[in-house]
Design a protein around this ligand. Structure first.
Ligand SMILES: [Fe+2]
Length: 141
């Protein structure tokens, strides 16, 4: 399985979001560790659970920022988040039914890891560019 490393090419130019993406990647890498250490069901379920919780928190921050800035492409962006939520729920369901399989590992790499990188580099960076163009400074509060 492939771990992800954050670098500047993933920056969206909004500190809060960049920080959350870094945390998301840490959670993702913990899932990879849990699977690869072959320590059984519990660590995988636990790390996937952390990842899904963090995904929810992160998406709600992004969606709040898009609402705050009246981002014109909010609907399409939210729809992509919804897709990933469904994917993660399906992956957890598959894992609970069948355990760790090569197909599941492949799906985690492709539908979580690769998906996130592509989402950041296209969808999230577009939002970052919009925020910059408007001269808005977004922060946690
Ligand atoms: Fe996003």
């Amino acid at each position: 399985m492939k771990k992800i490393e954050w670098d500047d090419s993933l920056s969206v130019g909004i500190d809060v979001i960049d920080g959350q993406h870094q945390r998301w990647i840490e959670h993702f890498n913990s899932v990879v560790d849990a699977i690869e250490s072959r320590g059984g069901h519990a660590p995988v379920t636990r790390t996937l659970g952390f990842l899904i919780d963090y995904t929810d928190l992160h998406f709600s921050t992004e969606e709040r920022f898009m609402t705050q800035t009246a981002y014109p492409q909010i609907a399409g962006h939210k729809a992509k988040h919804e897709e990933l939520r469904t994917t993660v729920a399906n992956l957890i369901g598959d894992f609970e039914e069948e355990g760790d399989t090569p197909a599941l590992e492949q799906a985690i790499d492709t539908f979580l890891g690769t998906w996130l990188i592509e989402h950041i580099k296209s969808t999230d960076q577009l939002f970052g560019a919009f925020v910059k163009e408007c001269g808005i400074v977004l922060s946690e509060e």
